[in-house]
Design a protein around this ligand. Structure first.
Ligand code: AGP
Length: 609
């Protein structure tokens, strides 16, 4: 939620700030703003309601001299999207400016106290209290003032601050919201995420909770809440800028759909050693530990939750361990009973999702270990979990998760296989066959992607429908859920995912000729049952789009459109079957004129409850 960016260096800040903001736009886009501080302590601040195109128009002709500044793209939490509520926010005298990502939980109380002490507020945001708090604490050293202010703040924040009285100092701090420092040649950046400055440097430092970084006078100093200096080594980011740009595709989402074979391959790559054995780290390697496992509990939100539902089949079938899959926002408040030999797996693309993070903390408090399956390196969840398994999908910019979903399946499949082997639940032979099949998935994904034209034609046929039902059985049921989620989030069409066998207990009443049914009808162990369900749908006059196996000649006779996927092992069919559904949602949304990368009301990273 919200992207923050700060620059200090030897170049004019305006363009650099805007360029960085563009790469953070996926984090929020209902309002935006920039503030640049001149060498003489002058300032120019521009804020708009609307996305970065609107901001670009405003700043195009504007004179904003200065080599230091901060910028923000917003996803509203406190106060409606408006120019007044857009960041950067300021103090009573327009001396200091703040951008913020996160939520100040005690802001009402702080605001009341600040008002009593004579401060004047000009927005409805929680962020503005930060500006006034720093104003009160300021005695000539911005870094100290920020540190003293954050001691009074409860909640999550990543902030970047500039002050006109110190026109060559940039200060930033964080707690629970992401903040990364980029170190260039005679220039520094602070940002919510690495892509913001990836075109300028790959050398980064990830700040820890309650750390304050002060950059100025050619140096960078990190201090903790007690004011002690903290030594931190810079790391080198390995992905290149191309991975964070559209590379000729019309939208990030389309590019990311097409990147899936590569992302799947990369995710598998570091999990097998040269001998072809799975190489995971830490306690996961311990045979006794694996054998002692009593239950796995998977927690996640949205698309990551769907990946968890798929993984349940793999852990149960291959590793013979019982699995429960929980929506993180429910799990965290349920008082769930966890036992000594349980393992919790938290799945999150961003590694910052508030509910999943809270579930990790709830779990850790019980002493049960947590493994996080995460895409964003260095994100909060990776620091708090007992072990991390990375998906190497690269940056996912489109709000709709695509390549991270299939990469999560790759990572979870490896873990399930690994446990299967350690628990002696899989024979050598079966282990080898599955490993081989898993490695073959990226080529099959390429095949699915090559039939995009059929999907596009299908999208044209159904793009004006207002309701869709997605059906699947067994491991294809979560695929149906994910297909429905993709369609609703980017095209705003009502879509429901349902287990096909459950349809006759209610949703069948919705069916008529205007409600297309998308049936995931792979030739698997439940195929015949699925065909019967399709017949039930046809008998109610609803059109049927089937996602079917390439070698299934009969399905055409009972379906209006068929989207083919190559045959594969049943438990590895989801990363193939989901691709036509991602493409279907994409094309329908485009035909309806929707912004697929930035759907309304959504944000890529949901760092609030
Ligand atoms: C997916 O298309 C959604 N935008 C959303 O459901 C997402 O999967 C969810 O917010 C979880 O995010 P995470 O994987 O970063 O935790």
């Amino acid at each position: 939620m919200c992207g923050i960016f700060g620059y200090i260096g030897n170049k004019e800040a305006k363009e650099i700030l805007f360029e960085g903001l563009r790469r953070l736009e996926y984090r929020g886009y209902d309002s935006a703003g920039i503030c640049v501080i001149g060498e003489d302590g002058s300032f120019t601040r521009l804020r708009v309601r609307g996305n970065l195109d609107v901001l670009e128009n405003h700043i195009a002709g504007a004179q904003m001299p200065g080599k230091i500044g901060i910028a923000h793209t917003r996803w509203a939490t406190h106060g409606a999207p408006s120019e007044q509520n857009a960041h950067p926010h300021t103090d009573c005298h327009e001396n200091l400016f703040v951008v913020h990502n996160g939520i100040i939980e005690n802001f009402s109380q702080l605001k009341e106290e600040l008002l009593e002490r004579g401060h004047e507020f000009s927005s409805e945001t929680d962020t503005e209290v930060v500006a006034h708090l720093i104003e009160e604490k300021y005695e000539g050293d911005l870094s100290i003032a920020v540190r003293e202010a954050i001691k009074e703040i409860e909640g999550s924040f990543a902030i970047a601050v500039v002050q006109r009285k110190e026109p060559s100092t940039l200060v930033a701090a964080r707690r629970e919201s992401p903040l990364v420092v980029g170190i260039g040649k005679d220039e520094w950046f602070v940002a919510s995420a690495v892509p913001a400055f990836l075109s300028r440097t790959k050398e980064v430092i990830f700040l820890e909770d309650d750390e304050v970084v002060c950059i100025g006078g050619d140096s960078l100093k990190i201090t903790n809440l007690e004011g002690f200096e903290v030594e931190r080594q810079a790391q080198e980011i390995t992905w290149d800028l191309d991975a964070a740009e559209k590379s000729g595709y019309e939208d990030f989402m389309l590019k990311e759909i097409y990147e899936q074979p590569r992302a799947f391959t990369d995710t598998l790559a570091d999990k097998f050693n040269r001998e072809g054995d799975i190489s995971l780290e830490g306690f996961l390697l311990d045979k006794d530990y694996a054998k002692s496992l009593r239950r796995i509990v998977i927690v996640a939100c949205g698309t990551s939750y769907h990946a968890g539902l798929i993984a349940r089949y793999l852990f149960e079938q291959w590793a013979k361990v019982p699995v429960e899959v929980e929506i993180a926002s429910e799990f965290r408040y349920r008082g769930a009973v966890l036992c000594e030999r349980d393992l919790v797996i938290a799945i999150s693309q961003s590694g910052e999702t508030a509910d999943t993070l809270a579930s990790v903390r709830e779990t850790k408090a019980t002493g049960v270990p947590v493994i996080a399956v995460v895409n964003v390196v260095g994100s909060q969840m990776t620091r708090e979990a007992d072990g991390v398994i990375y998906t190497h999908a690269g940056p996912e910019i489109g709000v709709a998760a695509t390549k991270t979903f299939t990469s999560q399946m790759a990572a979870l499949a490896v873990l399930a296989l690994h446990f299967g082997k350690l628990r002696d639940a899989l024979s050598e032979g079966k282990y080898g066959v599955i490993t081989e099949a898993l490695r073959g998935i990226p080529d099959l994904m390429e095949e699915v992607l090559s039939s995009d034209e059929q999907v596009k034609e299908c999208a044209h046929r159904f793009s004006d429908c207002d309701d869709f039902l997605f059906l699947g059985r067994g491991i294809s049921f979560p695929v149906a859920l994910e297909g429905a989620l993709k369609l609703k989030e980017i095209s705003y069409i009502h879509a429901e995912g349902y287990p096909a066998g459950e349809m006759k207990h209610g949703p069948i009443a919705l069916l008529d000729k205007n409600v297309p049914v998308v049936a995931v009808a792979i030739r698997d162990s439940l195929y015949e049952k699925m065909i019967s369900n399709i017949e039930e749908v046809k008998a109610r006059g609803a059109p049927v789009v089937a996602v079917a196996s390439a070698g299934d000649p009969d399905i055409e006779k009972i379906c209006d459109r068929v989207l083919r996927v190559p045959e594969s092992m049943e438990l590895l069919s989801p990363p193939l079957a989901i691709i036509p559904l991602q493409l279907l949602a994409y094309h329908i949304a485009k035909i309806r004129g929707c912004n697929v990368d930035q759907p309304r009301n959504l944000a890529k990273t949901v760092t609030v409850e």
